[in-house]
Every structure is written in C-alpha cells, then in structure tokens.
Design a protein around this ligand. Structure first.
Ligand SMILES: [Ca+2]
Ligand SMILES: [Ca+2]
Ligand SMILES: [Ca+2]
Length: 249
C-alpha cells in the first residue's frame, strides 16, 4: 500500500523520505481551496519578478562564474540553537532545465539537512493547486532529490482541497526528474539542483521562455533531538508568499 501523507508536512534529514514538504500557510491566510476560487489574473507581486540564464553543474560546489548570471535573493537562515547566518538563493535556467542553488555560511555539517522547493506552477500567488511541483533535497536520500507533486486525487482521501496531499511522482506513474547535490567545505553549505523545464511528466511543471513560476523554499538543519531548540528552520519568503521567476530559456 502506498504511503500517504498530507501537507503541510516538513521533511527533515531524520525523517522518512516518503514525506513531501512545502511552505506552510501563514496564520490567517486563506485556505488553498478558498484561495483558488478567487485568484486574480496577475496579483501585484510582493517580490520582484527575476530571471537568470545559465547552466549549472550539479556537484554541490559554486564554481567561479557558474551562478554569476542567476537571479539571486539574500536572506537570513535560522541556525539550530538560535541566531542566523546569511544565505543566498540562486535561480536560473537554460533551454532544458531550471537550476536552483542555496548557500549559507556554516562551519559544520549538521546531523540532518534538507532543502525543499515548492513551486506555484502558474505563479497565481496562491498555494496550492493540483499539479504544483515540489522538489525535496536531502543528502541522506539516494538519489538526494525527490520529485513530488501536490494533488487531491486518489490516494488522497476523498473531499480534500486541491493540492492538499503530496506524493512522489514515481508513485503516481511519473518519473523522478532532476539532480541534486549537497556539500559543506567547512565554511559554507551548498545545495544545487536541476529540474527539467518540460519533462513531459504531468506531475511536473511545464515551462517555456517567458512563463512565470512561483517559488518558495524551506531549509532545515538538525543538530540534535530536541525540538525546536536543535532545529534551524527557515521559510523564504514568508509563509504563503512566493518568489516570482520568469523563464529566460
Ligand atoms: Ca556547481
Ligand atoms: Ca517528475
Ligand atoms: Ca514533480
């Protein structure tokens, strides 16, 4: 029997890889179902629409020049035990793939590490819809990238709102598309991933040059067993918000 899991659930390096993750709704924000019934065609973005063009090598290393032409976002990454460290998110694409990297200062490799990317496939600004793409990276996985999708179709329980459940693409007849890598060199933690712009898998986004896609991330470090003190959890942007990416191609 396929394992079932409801969202929002956050993945950690210490938990089962059968879970999908994604940004949580902010307290007081509309439910996915309510929001999806009242989507404006082009909501005013809380964040600028950015685009980057380039091709990355998915090896966990930000090589000189590799991400110079990416769209970048800087933010504070929460650390286990308190405090923050500066982080940078990079996004770019070429004719084939989207590439995403995250780097932040960290002098050690924590017990658990995960980096989750939730897409708003049509950049409507409202989570969540059936078919919204989700990528989960965890160095403890083999392969380290799990390609998921949100849906309320079976095996999601009947009556759930669109996008409520998350499943692995491969459990819905789809394919695990993309690559990911994680590396810490003693000073900096780096995640890199790639995902096809148009894999042909209905469980993935299908993007072409000029299209916009929404993106939100969640990063987690686990330094021990005490929650929340030993956990460093960060949503970017805030709960319920999405970055806006334009595909350059
Ligand atoms: Ca690289
Ligand atoms: Ca897929
Ligand atoms: Ca997918």
């Amino acid at each position: 029997m396929k394992k079932l899991y409801l969202v929002p659930i956050f993945l950690s390096g210490a938990l089962s890889c059968d879970r999908v993750s994604g940004p949580r709704l902010a307290p007081g924000t509309a439910s996915p179902e309510l929001a999806s019934s009242a989507q404006p065609a082009d909501p005013p973005p809380a964040h600028p629409v950015l685009a980057g063009h380039g091709t990355a090598t998915i090896d966990g290393v930000l090589s000189p020049g590799e991400w110079d032409t990416a769209a970048t976002f800087t933010f504070d990454v929460n650390l286990p035990g308190g405090g923050t460290t500066p982080g940078t998110l990079y996004v770019m694409d070429d004719h084939v793939n989207m590439y995403v990297a995250l780097s932040f200062a960290r002098g050690t490799v924590d017990l658990g590490n995960s980096f989750d990317v939730q897409f708003d496939n049509d950049d409507s600004g409202f989570p969540y819809a059936n078919g919204d793409d989700v990528l989960v990276v965890n160095p403890d996985f083999d392969p380290p990238l799990i390609d998921d999708v949100r849906t309320n179709a079976p095996p999601c329980p009947p009556g759930r709102r669109p996008g409520t459940c998350g499943f692995r693409d491969v459990d819905l007849g789809g394919t695990n598309d993309g690559q990911a890598a994680f590396h810490n060199d003693g000073a900096t933690t780096v995640y890199e991933l790639s995902h096809p712009l148009d894999s042909g898998d209905p469980n993935d986004f299908s993007l072409k040059p000029g299209d916009r896609v929404g993106m939100a991330i969640f990063v987690r470090m686990i330094a021990g067993s005490n929650f929340p003190d030993d956990f460093g959890d960060t949503d970017f942007p805030e709960f319920g918000e999405f970055l806006h990416i334009r595909i350059r191609g």
